[in-house]
Design a protein around this ligand. Sequence first.
Ligand code: GTR
Length: 453
Amino acid sequence: MFSRKSLLTYLTVTAIVSFTTDNFAFGKSANRSWKASPDLVEKLTKGRSETNYFEEKVPKYALPNPLKLSDGSRVTNSQAWRTKRRPEILELFRKYVYGRAPISRPVNMSFEVFDLERKALDGLATRKQVTVNFTGKKDGPTMDILIYLPNASKKPVPTFVLLNFGGNHTIHSDPAIKLSERWMRTKSSGAVKNRADEKSRGRSSSRFNVEKILKRGYGLATIYYGDIDPDFHDGFKNGVHPFFDKLIDGERAPDAWGSICAWAWGLSRAMDYFESDDDIDNKRVAVLGHSRLGKTALWAGARDERFAFVISNNSGCGGAALSRRAYGETVKRINTSFPHWFCENFKKYNGKENDLPVDQHMLIALMAPRPVYVTSADGDLWADPRGEFLSCRYAGGVYRLLGLKGLGVRRMPGLDEPVQKGTIGYHVRSGGHNLTEYDWQRFMDFADMHFQR
Ligand code: GTR
């Protein structure tokens, strides 16, 4: 037991110590800046000794300046950003990271609305299912878009679009959703022998929250990513690649598009469809994605400025996290595990992140002046939460040049304390690698602010 005096001394000393540290939280309102849990760092390090999870072991690095042209001159006004530096950065990402899509909108692409139900989900929504035929030919590659639009909202409605991992039928148990017949990864989709079955209907509904999105006045559109390109390395023989690849002497170029670029390109083809649909507000389409599909959403938003709001959920390496920090997943690791995701040139930077002509803060900067939102999760150290935050922070200069506020904070916020002060939003949420209702609600808060409804 403490005596009164020693208790008082203890409390005073504790208060002084706490006050002088960065982390002191005074009640709920003061910010306790997020830090990786030491227990988790220790646990993860045991399983993967080649992976760094210690902040103090992050190598020293210097980031390329988003506001300095490759000839060394400074970008001092919005016009120079728009006409010179933005195109330069975009080209660097094409050439060295994601690869180049050989085609934009294919001339003969066609759309077929094969399902239109105005009283879906007990009258809450209008459901549409659309087949996009990329070449317009009978046996050409296709993707199916599933769309729910809130009946209570005035049309056209602002809409979120995202790719899904397990087929459109996994996002909701609505039995009218077409069951995907495509190849799928068994692990993420519950597929049997790489094919979906009836049991997988609604399997990932907790990641989509369809009713909640509709009730907040937003539409939702989704596409199975495997329609565009199955997620395994087969030398780019399946998916859209062989239909559009331009080979040089029978070989793919070192900057030919990888799978992430193909998925992002598919999202732009969905946007082409939205432009033809009077129920969807094509000036207020938000593109988002989780994990590898978060990397994809960022690249989609960078290459196609028709997306008015871009959201990356737990995207990590090759997404929102700074590559130079080499914390959690590294460039070498990702290129080894997933040789088909990026272009061949990216592999030159395995273990040589400092030589990259770009880093991921420049990808975030490519969204300017549009709103962009990045999330991390407390347990998802593989994706480097701090590296994701720092990308947002260092993209801020470009937003400021354009007369906007970037993040509006310099210090990493506390757990579950979203930063929504400027045009760049960020949060680090409790829990692990996932897309949750908490994330969705924050995206919709940010959309409410920026879509000015
Ligand atoms: C992991 C990969 C991450 C992330 C994740 C996912 O295996 O290392 O970059 O993309 O998969 O997409 O679920």
